[in-house]
Design a protein around this ligand. Sequence first.
Ligand code: ADP
Length: 175
Amino acid sequence: MRVKDRATTLPCEMGDATAVYPGTFDPITNGHLDILARAASVFPRVVLAVAGNAGKQPMFSLDQRVALCRQAVAETGLDGIEVRPFDGLLVRFARSCGAGAIVRGLRATSDFEYEFQLALTNRMLEPEVESVFFMTSKQYVFLSSSSAKEIARHGGDVRRFVPDCVAEAMIEFTG
Ligand code: ADP
């Protein structure tokens, strides 16, 4: 198929589509919210999909992560965002939401290789779903859930890095 034809048959027409923004969100940070706001400026409906499988030792359970995401999203005042838990194949979940796009965030070049691999795998599994990437703001380039957890575990102030509701939950968790 020529590129021109491909362009006219893209499944995901921006501005008229649902996107899924998946992640572990253990916990949701200001960097995630930055990507969410950018996605919401392009897609009228964004499903923030919280993965059930969060690796070996998540700080927060799936229910807690979903609840914190809902609170954090409500605090942003963004329209058209739903927070839902998911398990299993991401592309299948995206399809079940009627989504034509998967949103991911890029920080430094170090994210690229992993995200490229993930996007190509998802494309093989479901060619109808496009992966779309947004660049984070400068101040969140080095921010990750893991670094926020590390700061909280050592008694540091995480308020600059995560929404207030998350900061409170982290302080409670770490005592
Ligand atoms: P996962 O375990 O699927 O990587 P995360 O919750 O760590 O889940 O991240 C979800 C998505 O958000 C990923 O695309 C990740 O690159 C992106 N992301 C995480 N932190 C930031 C940040 N500070 N700025 C921009 N994007 C980010």
